[in-house]
Design a protein around this ligand. Structure first.
Ligand code: NAI
Length: 275
């Protein structure tokens, strides 16, 4: 038996939810985009429009229906949760989804770090629950990190891998583990770069230059930390340090200081660099 994904529900219309909606709409999937308030949904649509080629807007907007009513999700075959990175908020969403969605609908989460096994505790029939970790911005970045929980079925994994390819993404399947593969590798690099900076081995420009021009990375690790947001980096590093007990993930004093000062990187106008 193979369910076909005909309609996609997305909960949360922030940076990721609206971007994921745009991707599915570009590939002609009808999408229901749900959030708490009409104004948030309107703002989300405006943002999607500003990142869509004008000639594609009719198609994209024609495929995205917005709603503040969870009931609208009831006929979706795949629901992707993309609300705040808060365990309680996410679990509340899954409890609400249990009530409205079809028994065999797949429920995916875009969490960037929470344990899929832990989140699955709130899902009825966790064999249909999986991590579908899109990167920002979803339209541009090819990777979808697919996270298999202990109870995720082979059928769920196959359907999600197949649909990821249909929307022209490149899936990588990983088991549930703190930070999955993406953040564990990324923050090993960023963490080491921040240690080098703090220990005075090189200044930030030179550290970034080594990775940009030596390893062909499009951005240096310190520039990248500013781009991600230093508060988000700090949270992820605290989580990885606590979960894995490895000092390479421990936020450095300089990172903690900048966050405390509200210097959060690109979004606040200053971080390690000034913008
Ligand atoms: P965001 O803060 O931009 O958007 C979250 C949205 O969820 C908001 O529009 C909010 O109104 C909505 N929301 C909150 N509670 C809700 C509820 N009960 N019902 C309906 N909507 C609700 O967050 P963002 O950045 O889009 O992140 C979403 C998820 O994606 C998080 O788990 C995050 O860790 C993950 N992620 C974020 C990335 C990023 O670069 N921003 C990259 C990859 C994953």
């Amino acid at each position: 038996m193979h369910i076909k994904i005909k309609k996609v529900g997305i909960v949360g219309s922030g940076t990721m939810g609206r971007g994921i909606a745009q991707v599915f709409a570009l590939f002609d999937y009808p999408v229901i985009l749900v959030d708490k308030e009409e104004t948030i949904l309107q703002e989300a649509l405006n943002k999607v429009r500003s990142h869509t080629e004008p000639e594609l807007w009719d198609k994209v907007s024609g495929h995205i229906e917005t709603s503040t009513n969870f009931e609208k999700i009831k006929d979706c075959d795949l629901i992707i949760e993309a609300v705040f990175e808060n365990m309680d908020v996410k679990k509340e969403i899954f409890v609400a989804l249990n009530k409205v969605c079809k028994n065999d609908a797949i429920i995916a989460t875009n969490t960037s770090g929470f344990s899929i096994n832990k989140l699955a505790e709130a899902v009825e029939n966790p064999s249909r629950f999986i991590g579908m970790h899109f990167m920002n911005p979803p339209k541009v970045i090819k990777l979808i990190e697919i996270i298999k929980g202990k109870k995720t079925s082979g059928k769920t994994l196959k359907i999600i891998t197949d649909i990821s390819k249909k929307i022209e993404k490149t899936p990588a399947v990983v088991n549930d583990s703190p930070g999955f593969v993406s953040n564990r590798l990324l923050f090993a690099l960023i963490g080491e770069a921040l240690q080098l900076l703090e220990k005075g081995v090189a200044d930030k420009e030179d550290i970034d230059t080594v990775m940009k021009h030596g390893m062909n990375h499009p951005m240096g690790p310190i520039e990248l930390a500013d781009f991600i947001g230093l508060d988000i980096c700090q949270n992820i590093m605290i989580y990885l340090h606590e979960s894995l007990g490895e000092d390479k993930y421990k936020p450095t004093e300089m990172l903690n200081y900048l966050v405390k000062e509200g210097k959060l990187g690109r979004k606040s106008g200053e971080g390690f660099y000034a913008y």
